[in-house]
Ligand binder design. Structure first.
Ligand code: PLP
Length: 454
């Protein structure tokens, strides 16, 4: 039996009515990838307010690796609801915060003593990681990368690369942030080709220290092991070992932003493990807590303990229900072997994507690790001109046919996969059929538009 069920056109009448109310009451800037309003969700399936059933390839932007309403998460939250909802860890502490910190200290990469602070969102965790790095090193400058995304608060915006819609109009940003090219081999900033480039982008950071900012002024490099919003840009194996060696040599901390890559998405608990990186600090959020707002910074104990008492924290950071949910998430990932599952899903996608690539010029590159996979769409393989409009059309075709996808990339031409890892094989295949339909429809339209009249 098929999972997707469409009883109305998408969006249906109730979704359209809610969109009218939404437009009158909610800010224009809070964007939606689809015009579909949700009624309920389970696993990898969404039911909308018109009774349509869709498959979810977005997972609330990568927050639902363990699926919508994972039973063990619901159970853990329900138990907490019967005890207390909020005291603020800064006023009356509770055990689940400590238990989660202990777990994160144990499972994050690096066999050294660690400590953790819990906050509410990815951006807030990024802000805290920068505060901690500056406090420890007593240096100001931060290096971040082209195509990076670290959130929407002011420091996170300064660290973020993409101008529209994230930065334009919100200037000025906090200073002492310097941007260097990432290993985006498909669009190399130095116009080089891997592997003959010898990973010039990583080595060139030494040059940055001569021409842009002195190494001894740099507190930290912040980097997503695989760029998320940037378009699932996956660096070659040599990139992080070279970067880490340079940072180590100059006493610069490495902060890994695993907000999108974390918690089994890439076929390991953290992408750093797959890419040979042992960061000093690691930033986590999204799938950490199965759909509740929670984020964390975990790192070397001596670094994490630099800020003075009261220097870190906040009213809601480490909410008890969210902590219980996160402990349940970590257990599910282990018990259900979701890292292995991520690799199976990634391979299933890769097989299909290889066929699509052989059929349609539109698919410039297929990339990613584990289930963190993406398609970069181009107008021509020769020019690599970003196919941004075409990407929007594929995404629209998908939701109109019952598959929720989200796009990415500095040029808006990447379709990324962030489905719950508990999706069944049948649902995965059904979803890929829809995506294939979208790619085929857009490719054929393009071919018709460019065909010469006889
Ligand atoms: C890598 C990365 N860092 C930080 C953030 C910001 O997280 P939040 O939206 O929870 O503030 C995101 C969000 O997409 C992200 O992908």
């Amino acid at each position: 039996m098929k999972t997707i069920h469409l009883g109305t056109p998408i969006p249906g009448p109730r979704s359209r009515e809610l969109m009218r109310r939404r437009n009158a009451a909610v800010v224009h800037a809070a964007y939606h990838a689809t015009p579909v309003f949700v009624a309920k969700a389970e696993g990898a399936v969404i039911e909308d307010v018109d009774g349509n059933r869709l498959i979810d390839f977005a997972g609330g932007i990568g927050c639902l690796n363990t699926g919508h309403r994972a039973p063990a998460v619901l159970e853990a939250v329900r138990r907490q609801l019967d005890r207390f909802l909020h005291t603020s860890f800064n006023v009356l502490p509770y055990e689940s915060y400590i238990a989660l910190a202990e777990r994160l200290n144990a499972i994050t990469p690096g066999k050294f003593a660690k400590k953790t602070v819990l906050v509410n969102s990815g951006a807030e965790a990024v802000e805290n990681a920068i505060k901690i790095a500056r406090a420890y090193t007593r240096r100001a400058a931060i290096l971040s990368f082209e195509d990076a995304f670290h959130g929407r608060t002011y420091m996170a915006m300064a660290l973020t690369s993409k101008t529209h819609p994230y930065k334009a109009g919100f200037e000025p940003f906090p200073g002492d942030v310097y941007r260097v090219p990432f290993a985006y081999c498909y669009r190399c900033s130095y116009s080089l080709t891997y592997p003959s480039c010898e990973v010039h982008c990583a080595r060139h950071i030494e040059d940055t220290f001569k021409r842009v900012v002195a190494a001894e002024s740099v507190a930290a490099v912040i980097v997503e092991p695989i760029m998320g919003e940037g378009g699932f840009i996956t660096p070659p194996a040599e990139f992080f070992p070279i970067l880490a060696e340079i940072c180590h040599k100059h006493g610069i901390l490495v902060i890994a932003d695993e907000v999108q890559t974390g918690f089994a998405r890439t076929g390991a608990l953290f992408a750093c493990e797959r890419l040979g990186l042992e960061p000093d600090l690691i930033v986590m959020a999204k799938s950490l807590s199965g759909g509740l707002p929670l984020a964390a910074v975990t790192g070397r104990a001596e670094i994490m303990d630099t800020p003075g008492i009261g220097g870190l924290g906040g009213t809601f950071g480490g909410n008890p229900a969210a902590c219980e949910a996160a402990l349940a998430v970590l257990e599910i990932i282990e018990k259900e072997n979701l890292c292995a599952r991520a690799n199976c899903l990634g391979e299933r996608f890769r097989k299909r994507a290889a066929q699509w690539q052989s059929r349609w010029e539109l698919i410039g590159e297929v990339r990613g690790l584990g289930a963190m996979q993406a398609l970069e769409l181009v107008r021509s393989r020769a020019t690599r001109e970003p196919a941004d409009e075409e990407t929007k059309h594929v995404s629209q075709y998908c939701y109109e046919h019952g598959l929720v996808t989200i796009t990415a990339g500095s040029y808006g031409n990447v379709i990324r996969l962030l489905m719950p890892l508990v999706i069944t094989d049948a649902q995965m295949d059904e979803a890929l059929d829809v995506l294939e339909g979208g790619l085929q429809t857009v490719s054929e339209k393009k071919r018709e538009a460019t065909a010469q009249p006889v």
